[in-house]
Design a protein around this ligand. Sequence first.
Ligand code: AP5
Ligand code: MG
Length: 212
Amino acid sequence: MNLILLGAPGAGKGTQAELLTQKLSIPAISTGNMLREAMANGTELGKKAKKFMDEGYLVPDELILGIVADRVAMPDCANGFILDGVPRTLAQAEALEEKGIKIDHVVSIEVDDSEIEGRMTGRRVCSKCGASYHVAANPPRAEGVCDACGGALIVRKDDAPETVRHRLEVYHASTEVLKDFYGKLGRLRLVNGSQSIEGANEDILKAIGAKV
Ligand code: AP5
Ligand code: MG
């Protein structure tokens, strides 16, 4: 099963991708995490992406498409994959279609903008594996330490309130249109993201016809 998770910054794409990867036994592919890793490793891709990411702009499509096409061609994606945060523009969605990357369901996690800032100020992410936590809604077992890999939890640079506001604008201007695009293809599933993490996860599983 090949899935896309769509949604505003902070809607819960990363959180749900981690849960779905365990339940469906298919890998989660987060372009945000891949780019942050590239930045941390100082690769050419990381250097090119940095200024866009720090200011909350989208990284150019051609940089994204290369890394996604390579990643979904890896053997662990043979039974399916979950795309978290990609596609994010019409050009990216069209390029996936042109490359013959088949998508079964596009789940849009719906959360009102007014809820997003609180989520972002409380978010902590793992500096090693990218796992997402929240100080109140989803705390780690030990403060400051990732449950999954033991990495140190940090605050993302782009979670500063003014950058979050800008990322929301970018979402509404460039990404939201993908709901129309996939709606017309009959693949769009809307899920309420303004509920508990577990509740949203159950609704996603139902929406894609998987066992809850
Ligand atoms: P990316 O890393 O993808 O960021 P984003 O889309 O802005 O989304 P976030 O990761 O901020 O939020 P999320 O939906 O994953 O929420 P999370 O689960 O963490 O991209 C970052 C940047 O990289 C972009 O700005 C761009 O520059 C670049 N980029 C990446 N992909 C690109 C692409 N394809 N094209 C171009 N550029 C690209 O949850 C948020 C918080 O809320 C957490 O604290 C979590 O614990 C909490 N939470 C989650 N669910 C709930 C709930 N139900 N109730 C309460 N709290 C909850
Ligand atoms: Mg994320």
